[in-house]
Design a protein around this ligand. Structure first.
Ligand code: NAP
Length: 280
């Protein structure tokens, strides 16, 4: 969904934004919204070719400068040098979107150390490493960090122990970095999306039914679109969000309030684990 262009033309002209996981799913929609608002955009994830191809597409569509880079958010030293190189090529860095994640359903008692660590390292450590790497550039002139959280950890969510732990940590560092970095003019916020049908979610639903079976749990009756998260990122990155920091904004069609909220029944997790092992 492209959606209506609700922002003033050129709203983010002169700003450069980096989006982790920006070549697919929600990150792809966020990057498109930023580019449409006039920001120059850096797309970063492990699949460098995909990032480069999407960066070219955004440049052609929106006439902004773009860069696609290969980046693993678990590797802190590589992140520091990648951010320095990208900021030097683009001339500056103003906005970081911590969107990359690697979540999957699995019963807690069967999680290996590696599975536990992988999710924490991508979602939580990656968010911190990238925020710290961005600080070096943002503190020169102020800027914005937006991390993508979720709502499942507010109540607990069967089968998602590492993701719930990681996103709780992301909420905590969002508030803490907002306190520490406000004095540098750096605003740090998060967005907690509801269900949006991306490749990552399709994989999870392939094991636990599809979204259609659960859509009654969303009061607005449908899944969200990546651009519906992207529009909030644009708002937060613009002067409209100038007095906003330490906020975690839920955009979920009301799902988190619903008594029919979807989930994987704990007893179905054994079956999920068996299916996942068979798929390897
Ligand atoms: P997705 O389809 O699974 O995409 C994940 C993205 O993260 C990919 O672009 C992937 O690119 C990147 N990534 C994974 N591991 C990485 C690593 N080690 N280093 C760098 N990049 C990495 O996810 P999504 O559904 O779009 O979700 C995006 C964000 O929204 C996540 O933070 C997710 O937790 C959150 N969220 C999603 C939903 C939803 O319903 N979709 C709901 C709530 C919250 P590469 O493979 O190229 O690295």
């Amino acid at each position: 969904m492209q959606g209506p262009d609700i922002f003033k033309t050129g709203l983010l002209n002169g700003k450069t934004a980096l989006v982790t996981g920006g070549a697919s799913g929600i990150g792809r929609g966020i990057a498109a919204c930023l580019a449409r608002a006039g920001a120059d955009v850096i797309i970063a994830s492990r699949r460098q070719e995909l990032c480069e191809a999407y960066a070219r597409e955004l440049a052609e569509t929106y006439g902004v400068r773009t860069l696609g880079i290969g980046l693993d958010v678990r590797k802190s030293k590589a992140i520091d040098s990648a951010f320095d190189e990208a900021a030097a090529k683009m001339g500056r860095l103003d906005v970081l979107v911590n969107n990359a994640a690697g979540n999957f359903y699995f019963p807690a008692e069967q999680l290996s150390d590696n599975q536990w660590r992988a999710v924490l390292e991508i979602d939580l450590y990656g968010t911190f490493y990238c925020s710290r790497a961005a600080f070096k550039h943002l503190h020169e002139h102020g800027g914005t960090i937006v991390s993508i959280s979720m709502t499942l950890h507010h109540t607990g969510w069967a089968g998602m122990a590492p993701a719930c732990a990681a996103k709780s940590g992301i909420d905590a560092i969002t508030r803490t970095l907002a306190l520490e970095w406000g004095r540098f003019g750096i605003r740090v916020n998060a967005i907690a999306p509801g269900p949006i049908i991306t490749e990552g979610v399709k994989k999870a639903f392939a094991l636990g039914g599809d979204f259609e079976q659960h859509k009654d749990s969303v009061p607005l009756g449908r899944a969200g679109e990546p651009e519906e998260i992207g529009n909030m990122v644009v708002f937060m990155a613009s002067e409209a969000g100038a007095w906003m920091t330490g906020s975690i904004v839920t955009i979920d069609g009301g799902e988190s309030l619903s008594p029919r909220r979807a989930g994987v029944a704990p007893e179905a997790l054994e079956q999920l684990a068996a299916l996942m092992k068979a798929q390897r």
